[in-house]
Write a protein that binds this ligand. Structure first.
Ligand code: 1CP
Length: 342
């Protein structure tokens, strides 16, 4: 096993950590903007296997990252389940909402998602042929809670209020939705693995708004179910879990869910995470993405601090969240050079 990312995920402590970046294919890159314009719009890009593979490869060519992440979106699963999905320029995603039993009953069964998602599997097949031999291919999906927050509200929300409200008012319906997304996610990720994904990552971007028992029931339990089913179908498959802003709940999350690696956001300090989370195995993270905008010595210092903090155990270098469209591509190169030279 020579790919650095797979070695770190297997628990190896490496002299230089493998590097990739959340949202590494994205609007901060002029070549991404050009391909997206060629595709017409964001969803057309996601469903065009040649162009989606092209934007996935762009940051690999430019920077030589150790991993590529499939270009797609977590909101394709709701669409494949029958929700309407569109993107409003300058604002973000919009979906038809799930607020009643009738809305839920109109959704398709989990097994019906592949008709819509077939082009995504084709993108994975193209990538597994075209990526350099040393680059690992990461497939992904949103975690059930995060996907549910968008399906219930019909958009991104600062506090996930509509999802918390449905959970309080109609728990049976809320849980039926979580279950449907969980089943669809297992099938979706499983097909990505069959098509050539070597690692999968589960993005629970809004895990931090679940408290107490809700965190266990709707962040931890669904992750555990997805991971155990995937590992039963694909023995040895490495899984990265990202319960963003879980704070203290990062502790023990990998053990409790069976994840091989926990991705850390930048609200926790790398020293704290090394002591409390990396003790259980590989961690990924967690440079503040703002450094990709501001650059300079502060970027170099913060990058070194992350590398130093996690040097004693298995680590995948990454940002604490996605790179933003206003980032400077030269700062990404400076980060990479700093990681590979410290
Ligand atoms: O205008 C554009 O070109 C669209 C911007 C964009 C991009 C580049 C969106 C819309 N999605 C993506 C791709 C994407 N999304 C990837 C591709 C791989 C890569 O990382 O390079 C991945 C892994 C995602 C995952 C994703 N989508 C998450 C989880 C990670 C996170 O950022 O917390 C979430 C929450 C989404 C929803 C979504 N899609 C797009 C936007 C702007 C959003 C956030 C919407 C909101 O909350 O308001």
């Amino acid at each position: 096993m020579t790919k650095l990312l797979l070695r770190a995920l297997a628990g190896e402590t490496l002299p230089v950590p493998p590097i990739w970046m959340m949202r590494q294919a994205g609007r901060y890159l002029p070549e991404y903007r050009a391909t997206r314009a060629e595709a017409g719009d964001f969803l057309s890009l996601c469903y065009n296997p040649e162009l989606a593979a092209e934007v996935t490869l762009q940051p690999i060519r430019r920077y030589g990252f150790d991993a590529a992440i499939l270009f797609a979106d977590i909101l394709l699963v709701p669409q494949a389940l029958g929700a309407d999905l569109w993107f409003v320029t300058g604002e973000g995603p919009r979906l038809s909402t799930i607020t009643s039993a009738a809305d839920f009953d109109a959704l398709k069964p989990a097994g019906a998602i592949h008709e819509t998602l077939a082009p995504i599997y084709e993108t994975v097949r193209i990538l597994s042929r075209e990526l350099p031999a040393e680059t690992a291919l990461i497939g992904f999906a949103g975690a059930p809670w995060t996907v549910a927050t968008y399906m219930i509200a019909g958009r991104g929300t600062p506090d996930q209020g509509p999802a918390h409200a449905l959970k309080a008012e109609n728990r049976a319906l809320f849980e039926a939705l979580i279950d449907r997304i969980t089943e669809a996610t297992i099938d979706y990720l499983s097909k990505q693995v069959e098509a050539g994904a070597e690692v999968v990552k589960i993005f629970d971007s809004w895990a931090g708004s679940l408290e107490g028992e809700d965190f266990d029931r709707y962040a931890l339990e669904p992750a555990k179910r997805i991971i155990s089913e995937l590992k039963a179908r694909h023995p040895g498959l490495p899984v990265i879990a990202f319960p963003r802003e879980a704070g203290e709940r990062y502790i023990g999350f990998a053990k409790a869910t069976g994840a091989d690696c926990v991705a850390l956001d930048n609200s926790v300090s790398p020293e704290w995470a090394a002591e409390h989370v990396q003790v259980d195995g590989c961690v990924q993270g967690n440079l503040d993405p703002k450094h990709m905008v501001t650059g300079g010595q502060a970027l170099v210092d913060a990058t070194r601090r992350v590398v130093e903090a996690f040097r004693g155990g298995p680590h995948i270098f990454n940002l604490g969240h996605g790179i933003t469209p206003d980032a400077d591509p030269e700062n990404v190169q400076l980060m990479i050079d700093t990681v590979r030279r410290v």
